[in-house]
Design a protein around this ligand. Structure first.
Ligand code: NOJ
Length: 781
């Protein structure tokens, strides 16, 4: 949506002034005072309703609806607080009973005010559905989704999204525009931060966990919301990693790599799917019948509703598919879009369907099918019985201390220890009397939260510096230098339009680097918090370079040159190019969220032991993208690291890499039998030992390679993982099962799924370079 905010950047400044004046005059307070009391009936524990009952109820309503009311149900409007004039199209449509859904309302009183219009003042009293970008929390902010994927802990991911769902539901949100499931193999693409990384197996596990977390056991479960996997599909493969640009994917890549997380989300019962913006193989996703109907509904049996991305319908004309807005609505509906997320400040396109119906361009059944899916979501969510939210109860949910606790655990479990020379980490609390905390991200709560965090929700946040000070107290001297500033973007961050960064006095970076060096020299250890600001990643935040922005590398090199022990805490969601830095320890904490400061302190001092693993391959340089681990073996495999004559093409760290303060050993890989029949499950076991002196977590990863077949298969593919906690000296036998589906793949030769008779290699270990190997073969039925 962010592109569109630019359109009214200027207008918004005016609105803000207006709002401030109105607040002063007390007029807003009187508007808010008109909001209805809490839901008329307390939300009862409801069981899942049968499909038949839901459909019958929706059909009974449809029978009473005019074409205008139907088209209205297919329209979702931005409702931006605090920008009342921007909301004109939304309010006009709502007043006419022609708004089906809103987005961006997260003030419960405001949600109730709008809902009251829908359920009391419109002819059919159909409640509104409120959707929002609940990406990694609402007030309690969890690590960014890529960081959560780095935890390799689906249970934690599920719990975190359940908390996010509870907070969202408490303010009146019914539906999350999440999980984002775009596989991303090109880290120049800024939206890599929102997804599960490069691997379809890990991505599918994250998909299922998030859908369960958001929705609970069924759509409409108490304190849960509808999950909306996005962006369907292929968005992560945009040309050159440039956001919004076109995607060309072979069927092989689509079926084997990009679609599986979506399929997993659909199988887990996701109630919604959001179509992507970009053209997929020449057809914009919102007008792509093959994608939205053939694959999603006919092949996978998806029963929920499909929403366009913001302006995704109307831009079908701009993207050169549709003739005009009315044609765009027809093309979108017929492709499989049910609900149009219309652009801010703009009337929706779906009302033009009334005329298209009259002209015979769409059928009554097409219109009704889409309306039914939207109504069914409202029925399942219980909105006809309980349209309102209780504002009095919201704050207690939002400020539940248990939520912050879980956010801390999540931040600790998502951290990835990339490097730890000489066992520098964990720092010894007793032996350290002074620390120099350095870097532009060290004292920034805002950056610590990451992208997709909205000021209106009063997100909680604490910087690494404050976390360290709180942990260490007065016994340890903590000196701070900002070091350098983040360079400005060449165009404003979309988020900055909603939440402009504070203006600060300019910094003499050369002098500040010298000051930082002085602090490092005078300290026992230097902790540098480096990376990318929260506005340098996310939507409209692609980069052509993976270098540390601005003069951060210079700062790092200068501090390393002091000879003091240096720890780098990386705050980023890409494989940044650290230029062979000599820093002894590097810990990737992503954008760790509300409890990021405390978590970072716990990790540095060993109260938490890092156990996360990379969800992507850490390429050396942006020019190496894409370079996923799961590639086909070439005819020259021995030279796989020599694909560029001027330097190694091997990644800095492989997919799945991550160290611990303890060490792990793998032994005795066993495959139950040497030979299996097609369709049989394969049992694998391995012994994992904690060979160090500390308790710690290891993510044991299982990879396979199929040696021959209908198509050639990647050199390695992840097909199993387990995150386990082991005490020092403890050994455990881990068992994995390779299900028949894990051995199947989509082949361009047959144009469908195949399971070959073939020999397979298996590896189990701590990353995608695992060496402990075994083999089995699969023979005919
Ligand atoms: C556009 C983004 O692509 C999508 O992910 C988001 O959910 C919508 N805007 C609404 O903010």
């Amino acid at each position: 949506m962010f592109r569109y905010l630019k359109k009214f950047e200027g207008t918004m400044r005016g609105f803000k002034r207006l709002l401030a004046q109105a607040l002063l005059a007390g007029s807003c307070l009187s508007i808010l005072a008109g909001a209805p009391a809490a839901g008329r009936e307390p939300a009862k524990a409801r069981a899942a309703m049968s499909d038949e009952a839901v459909r019958a109820r929706a059909d009974a309503l449809i029978a009473q609806m005019t074409p205008e009311e139907k088209a209205g149900q297919l329209s979702q409007f931005f409702y931006l607080q605090p920008m009342p004039p921007a909301n004109k199209p939304a309010l006009e449509a709502l007043g006419k009973g022609q708004a089906g859904a809103m987005l961006f309302v997260t003030d419960p009183a405001e949600a109730n005010r709008l809902q009251k219009i829908a359920v009391e003042q419109t002819r059919l009293k159909i409640p509104l559905l409120f959707g929002f970008d609940v990406i990694h929390g609402l007030r309690t902010i969890f690590p960014v989704p890529l960081g959560m994927a780095a935890s390799w802990d689906p249970q934690l991911v599920e719990q975190s999204q359940a908390v996010a769902a509870a907070e969202a539901r408490a303010v009146g949100v019914h539906w999350a525009f999440a999980p984002m499931l775009d596989i991303a193999r090109d880290p120049r693409w800024g939206r890599i931060v929102e997804g599960p990384g490069e691997d379809p197996y890990l991505g599918s596990a994250m998909a299922v966990a998030q859908v369960k977390g958001f929705q609970g056991d069924y759509i409409g479960a108490p304190n849960r919301i509808i999950a909306g996997p996005k962006h369907f599909a292929g968005y992560g493969a945009s040309l050159g990693g440039r956001d919004y640009d076109e995607v060309n994917l072979s069927d092989n890549e689509l079926w084997n790599v990009y679609l599986p997380p979506f399929k997993a989300a659909v199988d887990a019962g996701a109630g919604n799917v959001m179509a992507a913006y970009m053209g997929l193989n020449g057809v914009p996703a919102a007008g792509n019948h093959w994608l939205l109907t053939k694959v999603l509904r006919e092949t996978w049996g998806f029963k929920g509703f499909v929403v366009s991305d913001a302006n995704g319908v109307q831009s079908l004309a701009a993207q050169g598919l549709a003739v005009d807005k009315a044609d765009a609505a027809v093309r979108a509906l017929q492709a499989g879009i049910d609900l149009e997320m219309s652009p801010p400040m703009t009337p929706a396109a779906m009302p033009t369907l009334v005329q298209s119906l009259n002209e015979g361009k769409i059928t009554q059944a097409q219109l009704d099918d889409a309306v039914r899916r939207v109504l069914e979501a409202k029925i399942r969510m219980g909105l006809f019985e309980n349209p309102y939210v209780d504002p009095a109860k919201a704050e207690a949910v939002l400020d539940d201390p248990a939520h912050l606790q879980l956010a801390r655990v999540a931040a600790e479990r998502s951290a990835v220890l990339l490097k730890n020379e000489g066992g520098l980490l964990p720092l010894d609390r007793k032996g350290i009397k002074s620390i120099a905390v350095i870097g532009p991200l060290a004292d920034s709560a805002r950056d610590t939260l990451g992208p997709w965090v909205f000021p209106q929700n009063k997100p909680q946040g604490a910087s690494v510096l404050s976390g360290l000070k709180a942990k260490l107290g007065p016994a340890v001297r903590v000196d701070y230098s900002e070091g350098v500033r983040m360079p400005p973007r060449t165009f404003p961050s979309p988020m900055a339009l909603l939440d402009p960064p504070q203006k600060r006095a300019p910094l003499d970076e050369t002098a500040e680097i010298q000051r930082a060096v002085g602090l490092a020299k005078a300290a026992d250890v230097a902790v540098l918090v480096l990376g990318e600001g929260q506005d340098m990643i996310g939507e409209a935040a692609s980069r052509a370079s993976l270098d540390l922005p601005g003069r951060q590398q210079e700062l790092l090199d200068a501090v390393v040159a002091t000879g003091k022990p240096v720890v780098v805490l990386l705050m980023s969601a890409r494989p940044l190019n650290l230029k062979e830095t000599q820093a002894a320890a590097i810990l990737d904490i992503w954008y760790p969220g509300s409890a990021g400061g405390e978590a970072a302190a716990n990790l540095l001092f060993g109260e938490a032991n890092p156990g996360g693993k990379l969800p992507f391959t850490w390429i050396r340089d942006a020019a190496h993208a894409p370079n996923p681990y799961a590639q086909l073996i070439s005819h020259a495999p021995k030279d796989a690291d020599k694909r560029y004559w001027a330097g190694s093409s091997a990644p800095t760290w492989p997919f799945g890499h991550g160290l611990s303060y303890t060490s792990f050993k793998y032994a005795n890989l066993r495959i139950e039998r040497p030979s299996y029949r097609v369709g049989e499950a394969v049992g694998v076991s391995v012994e994992l030992s904690n060979a160090g002196a500390r308790a710690g977590d290891e993510v044991a990863q299982l990879y396979i390679h199929q040696r021959s077949g209908t198509s050639a298969r990647p050199v390695r593919e992840l097909k199993g993982f387990q995150r386990v906690s082991l005490k020092p000296g403890e050994t455990r036998i881990l068992r994995f099962t390779l299900k028949p589906d894990d051995l199947r793949y989509w082949s361009a030769v047959t144009g469908g799924w195949v399971q070959d008779e073939a020999a397979f290699d298996v590896w189990v270990g701590g990353d995608s370079k695992a060496e402990l190997a075994g083999t089995f073969e699969v023979r005919g039925r």
